[in-house]
Design a protein around this ligand. Structure first.
Ligand SMILES: [Zn+2]
Length: 325
């Protein structure tokens, strides 16, 4: 589905397999050229769907001259490689996203590290293997592409007569950026802020210094100060009233942290146990990917609570346990 969101500016809705069901790419047209912001996921039929949508406005994949990526999760960059092959598009992303993308391609190392990491956090072998399968599946969808430029913080880019600003918003992913079209007050938000769910947070196995929640909250404060009239996210409908949505997301994270503190009141527990207690019976309806995401998020909250001084971490029989201070 393609929708014009502003003059010669389009939202293209593409399929994805997870519960979200869809992801948006955005296309800005200048004469024969197209700038594509995120690409959608590589799935059977997805390139044909993108081609049909572009044809409906008198264009084609060959016309894509530039691809700008908010981040390198596979639902946002998956088609970058094949689109570049067909169109010779120049690809632009942040330098940190580029590093993350390089790391994602080292599948064997990633899987080895993941086994160590999740075992250390109390995940039973069967569940570690389910995580490994998820990582293998994700790795099979990671595109190879050539990068043309690195996006710099707060720089102004031009496409045709349109100017847009590069806003660094690490948190949901290290290296995440949003694109701000100041004249229209329009923010292409990627996964930094979403209308229905709080964006997921995951550890970076390659960078233990990266603090996803603290970075994310700082990045929310960055966009809170900007004159944004309308947000076009990677998933879900566009929305206004960004301040209210930011408040809701902040409250969500506070409540989650408090719920974890309560779970840890009685006795020391591993990340896996805390996560299982937090999800409770709902886990029966969740697929392995969703459970993986929940486990990652639990880890992120526990690390944040540890830094706050609210809980402590101790190694017990080779497994990390958390307890109230
Ligand atoms: Zn994402």
């Amino acid at each position: 589905m393609i929708t014009e969101i502003s003059d010669k500016f389009y939202r293209i809705t593409l399929p994805m397999p997870f519960r979200l069901r869809h992801v948006h790419a955005y296309a800005l047209v200048d004469g024969k050229d197209i700038a594509l912001f995120d690409t959608g996921m590589i799935l059977p039929g997805a390139p044909e769907k993108l081609e049909a949508d572009l044809e409906s406005i008198g264009h084609s994949i060959e016309g894509i001259s530039d691809i700008y990526l908010t981040h390198v999760h596979t639902d946002h960059c998956g088609m970058a490689g094949i689109l570049q092959e067909k169109s010779n598009a120049r690809i632009h992303l942040s330098q940190v996203s580029h590093q993350v993308h390089e790391h994602f391609q080292q599948t064997d190392y990633l899987i080895g590290q993941a086994r160590l990491f999740y075992t250390k956090h109390g995940v039973p072998t069967r569940d570690v293997e389910a995580i490994v399968e998820e990582i293998e599946d994700m790795s099979s969808r990671i595109p190879k592409f050539e990068v043309h430029t690195f996006l710099q913080e707060n720089e102004i880019r031009q496409f045709g007569s349109r100017l847009f600003e590069v806003i660094f918003t690490p948190g949901h992913a290290a290296g995440h950026v949003c694109f701000f079209f100041r004249e229209e007050g329009l923010l292409l938000a990627g996964d930094h802020i979403l209308p229905y769910i709080p964006p997921s947070l995951s550890p970076n196995i390659y960078d233990e210094i990266f603090q996803p929640l603290a970075s994310y909250l700082e990045s929310l404060a960055v966009i809170e100060k900007m004159p944004i009239d309308i947000v076009y996210p990677g998933h879900g409908n566009s929305f206004s009233g960004i301040e209210e949505r930011i408040r809701e997301i902040r409250t969500h994270h506070e409540l989650k942290k408090e719920a974890l503190r309560q779970i840890l009141k009685s006795e020391p527990k591993t990340t896996f146990t805390v996560c299982s207690e937090l999800i409770g019976a709902a886990a029966a309806n969740w697929d392995d990917w969703e459970k993986f995401m929940a486990l990652n998020e639990t880890y992120v909250y526990l690390q944040a609570l540890k830094r706050d001084g609210a809980i402590q971490e101790t190694m017990m029989n080779g497994v990390l346990c958390y307890s109230a201070v």
